[in-house]
Write a new protein. Sequence first.
Length: 159
Amino acid sequence: MSLVAACGGADDDSDDTGTSATASNEPVGQDEQVDACALLTEEEAAEALGSNVEPGEPSDFAPFFGCRWAVDGTLDYVDVTVLTGTSTELEYYFELTDETESVDGYEEKAQWAEHTGTFEVLTEDYDVSVGVGVLNREPVEAKEIAIGLMEKVLSRLEQ
């Protein structure tokens, strides 16, 4: 199963002057579609939230590709969002999130935003977020859930 599908594009990275495109303006994921609902299973979301969830609901607004698994009748949910674009665009969006704390243990940049319950990782090709909404739980618990789910998301995104 392919999670990312590239849409066309030239194989030659050189411009009219014959020079190669730089990493900062090379369209890494610009023309890609990401199936965010394939990055977690319904069972994984349910286990993380401790309750059955509705099937993943996609919300794709290129270059943002998302999916939400929600517990019916509650405000509890898991969100996965993948942003595609040039490395400059990805860095810009990553830096937009305020009131964050860095998360160690990642080769990539990683940050936790407690006020939104979102764990975000900036990879070479994507800005990936896992959001967790859990009522009646401490923020540290939501952070642990999001970090655990991010491992699964990143491993599948790299396939």
